[in-house]
Design a protein around this ligand. Structure first.
Ligand SMILES: Nc1ncnc2c1ncn2[C@@H]1O[C@H](COP(=O)(O)OP(=O)(O)OP(=O)(O)O)[C@@H](O)[C@H]1O
Length: 604
């Protein structure tokens, strides 16, 4: 039984959710601005040093002990040295990349890949779609090569028989899926962070118990239920990160391995993937996504406290290196934030006045140009003029990440010393090209009547995918954050967009939903962009072959994807309202847990 005086640390449930286009030139921002992800301001660090003791209760049988003094000390040490090692931003002007391209996926590919019918029909429809795109595609889309269907239908068939590396990886996963039974496109995990020093001082109780992938929350006795109320939730993964000395403890590497490895597998198969962190302010989203990143020499391996994004950058290039010689890979990066419903390019090198040089955060008096969202009739919503930067190494990617992080809008609030005041979307576009040979026989192709002719074709097979890693701003109660002025306006905007997110998810989850149902995507910039591709049922990976050009099903727009929850394979989400999303995934009709799940989704 818990002490009723104890308050419920609702904001300890951290969460996350998650995708590509081709590169031409490669450049590296030479300077590193600031290692990503430190969330510990000096004052909090000082408090932490004083509060190096455990003070919360935990339920019997639960691994939910308060964090060990040792582990907190280690974090303090790590964060302190992070501050000392921060670099200045002075070299950023020199990292201007003239080849910052605004690109879109090859538009016709995703429509072509889901066309059905005879090969000639397919060809006709693809050409018609191509014409449509030519007529209506904004300039930024046309800079990409389009799918060219120059190969004959018969060679198309043969291509399917080719045994390239890209095909192999796809096949193996399909087989794996079949043997494992149900193919799910969504994974939901919940992570429980240790009590913060402030929560320890406030005698906040630990009311969470974990048993496998089940989480129970004991809400304490109420006026009409003196025995207390216990709620249970089942997620794909429950990640217990409260006390490093417990067996159940999952550290940053554990979180990464559990959630991001499988995503990368899918990205290399040509699927767009997305992971996003969702949760109340101070619940540990940015810690999970970015972590405390001390790496200066990126090639030395990730720091133990590094989060999902730095680890992802490293593994991406490790995998590309492993494919060298067989597959040619091109990588591009984009990074933007949605702050007060306005979109800012975090990697932009031009200011609102047209000058060149890295632009500042909305709070630092440097006027930043805002970007517009437009909706392409075929490709859906996208950010106009969002810069993308080709990268050819892990170091180059990390440097851009550091540039973007230095631009993000963060501020101290009553609940978090370094609270993200914006939703950030870090996207990597991966373009894999492999030259494969396919051989087969055509029936009397030469018309001589000599029987089947043997033919070998060399084709370039490409896969494009986009990986989006999203760190949402946290919902907040105004009286807890003590916000006023600009902070209050930010909070209102954050809450509003998260509320729209909740409404959109609710509308998508409605079992009575049909094509005419209204989904309020446009009520916030976040959900509008998350809407993703308009082509429902597009489930094939972006794998196409052509003798002359590449193709893609990936989206330019920031891609994540509420709508894709319902229709895309392998969408992975890491969010606290897991049960709710799991219900979506399994098509359940009852949403018993919806109110509690939405408590996390909606502003309180
Ligand atoms: N698993 C964890 N282990 C140790 N410390 C953690 C963990 N998760 C979060 N923290 C700490 O909790 C504090 C708040 O975390 P964080 O800034 O990541 O929250 P957030 O959800 O991103 O908040 P906001 O929405 O306001 O940006 C930070 O000091 C962070 O270092």
């Amino acid at each position: 039984m818990m002490n009723p005086r104890h308050t419920t640390p609702k904001n300890r449930f951290g969460a996350a959710a998650a995708v590509s286009s081709p590169a031409t030139k490669t450049s590296t921002p030479r300077s590193l601005i600031r290692p990503a992800g430190s969330k510990l301001g000096p004052s909090l660090l000082a408090k932490r040093s004083l509060l190096n003791t455990s003070c919360s209760d935990s339920l019997p049988g639960s691994p939910a002990q308060p964090p060990a003094a040792k582990s907190i000390s280690a974090r303090i040490a790590a964060a302190t040295s992070l501050g000392a090692k921060s670099k200045s931003s002075t070299m950023l002007n020199s990292c201007y990349t003239p080849s910052s391209l605004h690109k879109a996926p090859a538009a016709s590919s995703r429509s072509a890949c889901k066309e059905s019918g005879t090969p000639s029909n397919l060809l006709k429809r693809a050409r018609a779609r191509e014409d449509l795109l030519n007529a209506r595609t904004p300039e930024c889309f046309t800079r990409l090569s389009r799918l060219s269907l120059e190969s004959t239908p018969s060679s198309d068939d043969k291509m399917r028989a080719s045994t390239g590396v890209l095909n192999e990886s796809h096949r193996s996963t399909k087989e794996k899926d079949t043997t494992q039974g149900e193919i799910s496109n969504l994974t939901v995990a919940i992570r429980i962070r240790p009590l913060s020093p402030k929560e320890c001082v406030d005698s906040v109780a630990n009311i969470v118990r974990v048993n496998g992938n089940e989480l129970s929350v004991y809400a304490g006795p109420t006026a009409d239920n003196l025995a207390g109320v216990e709620s249970r939730f089942t997620y794909d993964h429950v990640l217990w990160s409260c006390n490093a000395e417990e067996k159940a403890y999952v550290d940053q590497a554990g979180v990464y391995n559990c959630l991001v490895h499988p995503l990368l597998d899918r990205a290399f198969e040509g699927y767009n993937t997305c992971l996003f962190a969702y949760g109340q302010t101070g619940s540990g989203k940015s810690y999970s996504m970015m972590g405390i990143d001390l790496d200066e020499n990126y090639d030395d391996g990730p720091n133990p406290e590094a989060g999902i994004i730095p680890r992802f950058c490293q593994e991406l290039f490790a995998r590309i290196d492993a494919l060298k010689g067989r597959v040619h890979a091109e990588v591009e990066v984009s990074y933007f934030e949605i702050y007060n419903e306005k979109i800012y390019d975090l990697l932009s090198v031009t200011s609102a006045h047209g000058g060149v040089g890295l632009v500042g955060t909305p709070g630092n008096n440097v006027k930043k140009p805002t970007l517009k969202i437009r909706e392409h009739p075929v490709l859906g919503p996208y950010v106009v003029d969002l810069s993308t930067h080709p990268v050819d190494s892990h170091t180059a990617l990390r440097n851009w990440l550091a540039v973007g992080n230095s631009q993000r809008a963060t501020a101290a609030t009553g609940m978090n010393d370094k609270s993200s005041r914006s939703h950030s979307i870090f996207s990597v576009m991966l373009n894999l090209a492999e030259v494969v040979s396919s051989s087969g026989s055509d029936t009397d192709t030469d018309g001589t009547g000599d029987g089947p002719a043997k033919k070998t074709t060399t084709v370039k097979q490409t896969k494009r995918s986009k990986i989006s890693l999203v760190d949402l701003a946290g919902s907040e109660r105004v009286h807890n954050t003590c916000a006023s002025g600009a902070r209050l306006r930010e909070g209102v905007s954050i809450n509003k967009s998260l509320m729209t997110l909740g409404k959109v998810i609710t509308a998508l989850a409605d079992p009575k939903r049909n094509h005419h149902s209204y989904i309020p995507y446009r009520d916030s910039a976040l959900t509008w962009l998350l809407r993703g591709l308009p082509a429902a049922g597009d489930e094939a990976p972006a794998e196409h072959s052509s003798s002359s050009s590449s193709s893609s099903r990936s989206s330019l727009h920031s891609s994540l994807m509420l709508s894709e929850v319902m229709r895309w394979p392998r969408l992975r989400m890491y969010a606290p309202s897991g049960r709710f999303f799991c219900s979506l995934q399994n098509g359940h009709e009852s949403f018993d847990d919806l109110p509690l799940a939405l408590d996390a989704v909606l502003p309180m």
